[in-house]
Design a binder for this molecule. Structure first.
Ligand code: BDP
Length: 709
């Protein structure tokens, strides 16, 4: 097996008595002819059930004596209409579904019913998941509906097919053969993979956007892709370049308050929607990291977003406007997004959704939640997560992101008292948002298994499941994923479930424990460079984030420092701001303390720091040992692949640990705690590696810019 099928493998189930029961209950499929999305559901059920039960599932127009699986909406299926479930279906909405065992006339049936076609598709994947994970299905009474509305994946794909921060080959979109060749099986399989999780949108090009995406030539190509995605209920979104009116040579400004600019976008929207009448809308990175935006013309983000919102509104389009902004002139990058967007609360159109990264900086291995969650009461918001492992060893390291996503979704903002979690805010349960959503940067490419490391698939899976229901636990999701992707064998599930559970923490420990952050080599973000302290922008150095010297370490964000903690609601502010309250995992995010600062364990900060680095390396060794144990329980190909990648991970973890420990020791001047191994080389050696070590980044210029010495 090469991992291409992801979690949709549909291999014959091994439990033969279960298979017998399933076969009895799921003998024929009764599905209406008609809507493309329902057709996709029917085809998936035939494919999945035929594979899992190792016997073809026939399709029929009428009920069999027993064992029919009936799917549809009241509009498309008389059988479904005959159930009289309209009110119950209305409660679940057009994306929700009922999956039940019941009777129609005198026949026992299993039913997947929804108000909308997409609900039927999601119900089909739900049933398949139950079978894949070997659950009982004789008495089903399942009612599901997604908790947020826009569940979107973001690609950072350039038009030349290089993928920014993507580590799994070239972009999936073969622009050269589009629009003619949209029957590429990859496009359909890509759509199936997403739809299986309930993902209903994809922004297909890089947020650092090439204006050419809005030319007729590319719009025709996008339309061809969209034809495939549409059959799986997935809307297409385009990342746009704010300066497009200038880039096209039509105007000498992109000032949003200039009526010519407003008209330009209206005309452009008309042209776009002619090609793609059901386009979801635009995703915009503006005034961020060199991208143009309204501030270049003295306007603010609301001015900028609203004119785009007006242009797409007639077609039902929305604008995902990113809050990832920071400028070199500020004192604390942490504060920036909040300081920019908080004053604009309530000033955005209803079809604008401000897309906020989970943390205040940038997808770091651990960040406190962004204070913007809980701060915008009258502005639609969504969260942006990162599945692609830009800061987690690319596609070389095993680092299941489920626990990271769960940590932020469960974080309590206290925006309206206790229990105002980020998840609930995103679901519109705390403030009344018009639109809600969650997005994740995923960067699958042409690698046969889509994601490079087989376990990066699990984070894509976790994102989709949590976007559907932010209350699902990362542990339960990991188990589902393993069962579907590898095996239902407990001898695999138990140890590897544990590995997955701590794999993210291991990545934190060997890179930046106790609230350190951004110790990465500049540019490509693969290896360590905590010593990096000089650049044209200090906020692109590592020193900016840790501020270590001979006395101590950490970024003071309390009143005596940048006071970023004031952006949080009372109890959170107090928690992060008070030394004897703060969860030590976040300590150096908010406090500058001495090397001899006493930790809860009784050890000094210095000792604890080094021990955390040691623990991270040990955790990778443990992962290796656990993986050894599952040899023979899964296919050889993927087993060997992961095994080899764990060796790479150990090598990198040791380098991270040794680099950081040597560097911080050069400042603290303290001996290593007892039992902690001395780094093999001196600091100069590790510093040199910053420029000589091979970096597996096909995209970033720094990846190629290595020296020989
Ligand atoms: C950072 C990435 C950069 C992206 C940027 C963004 O390093 O490549 O363009 O985020 O999200 O994490 O816009």
């Amino acid at each position: 097996e090469d991992g291409y099928d992801m979690w949709l493998r549909y291999q014959p189930l091994s439990d033969s008595s279960l298979v017998k029961d399933y076969r009895k209950q799921l003998g024929t499929l009764v599905a209406p002819d008609g809507p493309a999305v329902i057709e996709s559901a029917a085809q998936e059920l035939q494919r999945g059930i035929s594979g899992l039960l190792d016997r073809p599932l026939e399709r029929s127009d009428s009920l069999a004596r027993r064992g029919s699986l009936v799917i549809g909406t009241p509009e498309t299926s008389e059988l479904i209409a005959s159930l009289g479930w309209e009110d119950r279906l209305a409660q679940q909405g057009p994306e929700g579904f009922l999956l039940e065992t019941t009777r129609i006339g005198r026949r026992d049936v299993t039913v997947i019913a929804s108000e909308g076609d997409r609900g039927v598709l999601y119900g089909a994947f739900h049933l398949l998941r139950l079978l894949q994970t070997q659950q009982a299905i004789e008495e089903l009474a399942i009612a599901e509906a997604p908790k947020v509305q826009h569940r979107v994946v973001n690609h950072w794909d350039n038009l030349n097919r290089l993928v920014e921060r993507g580590y799994a080959g070239l972009s999936l979109w073969e622009w050269g053969t589009l629009p003619e060749y949209n029957e590429n099986p990859r496009y359909r399989d890509y759509a199936r993979i997403n739809a299986s999780l309930g993902i209903n949108g994809t922004a297909i090009n890089n947020v650092n956007a090439d204006p050419r995406i809005l030319t007729d030539q590319f719009l025709e190509k996008v339309a061809a892709l969209n034809e495939v995605f549409r059959q799986y209920g997935i809307k297409t979104y385009l990342s746009i370049n704010y300066d497009s009116p200038r880039a096209f040579g039509d105007l000498d400004t992109a000032d949003p308050l200039d009526p010519r600019v407003q008209q330009w976008w209206k005309d452009k929207a008309k042209q776009i929607y002619k090609h793609i009448p059901d386009l979801g809308g635009f995703l915009v990175k503006a005034d961020s990291e060199g991208q143009p935006g309204p501030q270049g013309y003295g306007r603010n983000h609301a001015d900028g977003a609203n004119i785009l919102a007006d242009a797409v509104a007639p077609y039902g389009g929305v604008i995902f406007w990113r809050a990832f902004v920071y400028s070199p002139e500020q004192g604390d990058r942490f504060r920036e997004a909040y300081d920019e967007f908080k004053p604009l609360d309530g000033k955005f159109r209803d079809n604008v959704i401000v897309q906020i990264k989970n943390g205040p900086i940038d997808f770091q291995p651990r960040e406190p939640f962004s204070p913007l969650f809980g701060a915008l009461e009258d502005t639609n918001i969504m969260m942006e997560l990162q599945v692609t492992q830009e800061y987690f060893g690319f596609s070389n390291h095993l680092a299941y992101q489920g626990p990271l996503f769960e940590e932020v979704l469960d974080a309590d903002t206290h925006a309206k008292g206790e229990g105002s979690t980020v998840g609930k805010i995103l679901g519109g349960e705390v403030f009344e948002y018009e639109q809600t959503g969650m997005a994740a940067v995923i960067n699958p490419g042409t690698d046969r298994n889509w994601t490079g490391h087989p376990f990066v698939q699990s984070s894509w899976y976790a994102f989709g499941r949590m976007a559907w229901d932010y209350e699902l636990s990362s542990e339960a999701i990991a188990e589902e994923w393993m069962r579907m992707t590898f095996t239902n064998d407990r001898r695999f599930l138990d140890p590897i479930g544990e590995v997955m559970a701590y794999s993210r923490e291991a990545g934190v420990n060997y890179r930046n424990p106790l609230g350190l952050t951004h110790l990465f080599a500049q540019g490509h973000h693969y290896g360590p460079a905590p010593w990096y302290d000089e650049a044209e922008r200090m906020d692109w150095t590592a020193w900016y984030y840790h501020r270590a010297d001979e006395d101590g370490i950490g970024f003071d964000r309390t009143e005596s420092g940048s006071n970023a903690i004031e952006q949080y609601h009372g109890p959170v502010r107090e928690h992060f701001g008070t030394l004897d309250q703060i969860d030590e995992d976040y300590l150096l995010w908010f406090h500058h303390v001495g090397w001899d600062y006493k930790m809860n364990s009784g050890r000094t900060l210095w000792e604890e720091l080094v021990l955390k680095y040691d623990e991270g390396v040990q955790q990778v060794r443990n992962m290796q040992a656990e993986w050894e144990k599952v040899q023979g329980l899964i296919d050889r190909e993927r087993y060997e692949h992961v095994k080899a990648l764990l060796e790479v991970q150990l090598r990198d973890a040791i380098r991270w640990r040794d680099s950081c420990v040597s560097y911080f020791q050069s400042l603290s001047g303290l001996p290593l705690p007892e039992g902690s191994p001395e780094p093999e080389h001196d600091l100069e050696h590790y510093k040199k590696l910053e420029h000589t070590f091979y970096v597996p980044d096909p995209w970033h210029p720094k990846g190629n810019d290595r020296r020989v010495d």
